[in-house]
Design a protein around this ligand. Structure first.
Ligand SMILES: Cc1cc2nc3c(=O)[nH]c(=O)nc-3n(C[C@H](O)[C@H](O)[C@H](O)COP(=O)(O)OP(=O)(O)OC[C@H]3O[C@@H](n4cnc5c(N)ncnc54)[C@H](O)[C@@H]3O)c2cc1C
Length: 408
């Protein structure tokens, strides 16, 4: 049964409280000339409504009726056991976020009194399983088949969903990488459960065994803790570098389970043509220790060439604000922030970036150096060191200084 929401016109007094309370601007007020007192009537835009229920709680006249999808009530949550980590690999190399999630997964599993499993999908990939056991996984499910050589949404979703339906894990953690962000929602939709994307903190509610999944919401202005109370498994994508990697331990014992992939059930409407490496950077910003980032103040592609020269001298990577991406000065893969990447460098040099929350939420740096014309902007106020002035001049001076030190 699909969820429904209705305004009971006999009860609605046109007070507008529901419209004011709706975080999604899904409620408007319409004229009601036929009403004896000409009271307005609330109207819900179903394209915007998320059935969050805030309007229903706000209405003092019980004039809003919500019936939520009752599918969940048929789920026996006690059948779902274990914390699972998706072991992301690209061309056979394990992404470090997988080991970070394993570390967190171990803690969550301990609190729940359950085991931690890892799902490894690819071709000829079994050799990578032992490292997860050495880092503390109790079980590694290996889905090995030539059809899974390169990541593609449909085959990976099909295999992962089959495994979930068979084994019924309680929690699944996936890295909030390009790959994770692409296929985690598809899995959640296929197995009919919830997904909280881009989490930065995870905790267990011991009373309910619900996973409290915390992520920035409403443009990064608040932190929202989200639970999946009715459905299982509970699924989250988690940002890279939020947790420390699970360490290698001596004498760890675990089980490697081969999951036979039923290739006949896999429908793939896409064809993998080839892999094109992003040549605009040699260091991925997610892994960089030093990031030189530019914003609208950089002003041009040439401005970014200057930042690149500095980044190369420092052995760092280039980052950018969305304003610079939107201007077309640098590819999206360099964007840092809410809708870009999360970074944890030792040093973050922010050039011509004002410091909007949607940008700074992606930065977890030991030292921030801001270079800006405006000393009152947030980035300058919150930086460890703030250099006031034209960034082009300042960067040129720094480059000159580094070069002269190296020559001398
Ligand atoms: C839902 C949503 C998601 C978003 N996601 C992201 C995201 O992931 N990442 C992100 O970055 N933004 C994101 N944004 C956009 C964000 O709100 C800001 O608009 C953006 O970060 C501003 O970028 P900026 O600081 O480069 O530009 P501005 O705010 O315009 O700041 C430019 C700065 O450059 C300085 N300046 C100008 N010229 C010079 C010069 N010659 N020398 C020195 N300083 C100079 C100015 O003083 C100013 O401080 C998002 C917005 C929304 C609504």
């Amino acid at each position: 049964m699909a969820s429904t929401i209705n305004i009971i016109s006999e009860k609605c007094v046109g007070c507008q409280m529901c419209a004011k309370s709706c975080p999604f601007s899904a409620i408007s007020m319409v004229e009601r000339p036929e009403h004896p007192k000409k009271l307005m009537l609330a109207k819900i835009d179903l394209n915007k409504c998320t059935y969050c229920g805030i309007c229903n709680q706000t209405c003092k006249f019980n004039a809003i009726e919500i019936k939520l999808d009752t599918l969940a009530t048929s789920i026996d949550k006690s059948l779902y056991k274990g914390v699972w980590i998706y072991a992301e690999q690209r061309h056979g190399v394990i992404h470090k976020v997988s080991y970070e999630l394993l570390n967190k997964g171990k803690h969550l599993a301990k609190e729940l009194g359950t085991t931690v499993g890892v799902v490894l999908i690819g071709d000829n990939i079994k050799a990578k399983a032992q490292e997860f056991i050495n880092r503390g996984a109790d079980k590694v499910y290996v889905c090995d088949d030539p059809i899974l050589l390169e990541f593609q949404d449909e085959p990976y979703v099909s295999v992962f969903s089959q495994l979930i339906e068979k084994e019924k894990p309680e929690i699944i953690l996936i890295g909030a990488t390009d790959i994770g962000r692409s296929f985690a929602p598809r899995i959640a939709a296929k197995i009919k459960t919830g997904l909280t994307a881009d989490c930065i903190s995870l905790e267990i509610d011991p009373q309910t065994r619900n996973l409290k999944q915390t992520r920035p919401a409403f443009g990064g202005n608040i932190m929202a803790s989200i639970v999946t109370p009715q459905h299982r498994p509970q699924m989250s994508t988690v940002r890279h570098k939020v947790f420390k990697e699970a360490k290698l331990e001596e004498g760890k014992i675990g089980e490697i389970v081969d999951f036979k992939v039923d290739v006949k059930t896999i429908i793939n409407r896409t064809k993998f043509l080839g892999f094109v490496k992003d040549e605009s950077t040699s260091i991925d910003i997610s892994d960089a220790d030093i990031i030189v980032a530019g914003g609208r103040g950089v002003g041009s592609v040439e401005g970014f060439n200057l930042l690149k020269e500095l980044a190369d001298l420092l052995g760092g990577a280039i980052g950018a604000s969305r304003a610079a991406i939107d201007a077309g000065w640098i590819p999206y893969s360099h964007q840092i922030g809410q809708t870009g990447k999360a970074v944890s460098p030792k040093v973050y040099i922010a050039c011509g970036i004002s410091g909007h929350i949607q940008h700074t939420i992606g930065i977890n740096a030991d030292i921030i150096i801001a270079i800006n014309k405006d000393p009152s902007c947030t980035m300058m106020k919150t930086a460890t060191y703030a250099l006031e002035g034209d960034m082009h001049e300042i960067i040129l001076n720094i480059i000159r200084e580094i070069k002269s030190c190296r020559c001398g």
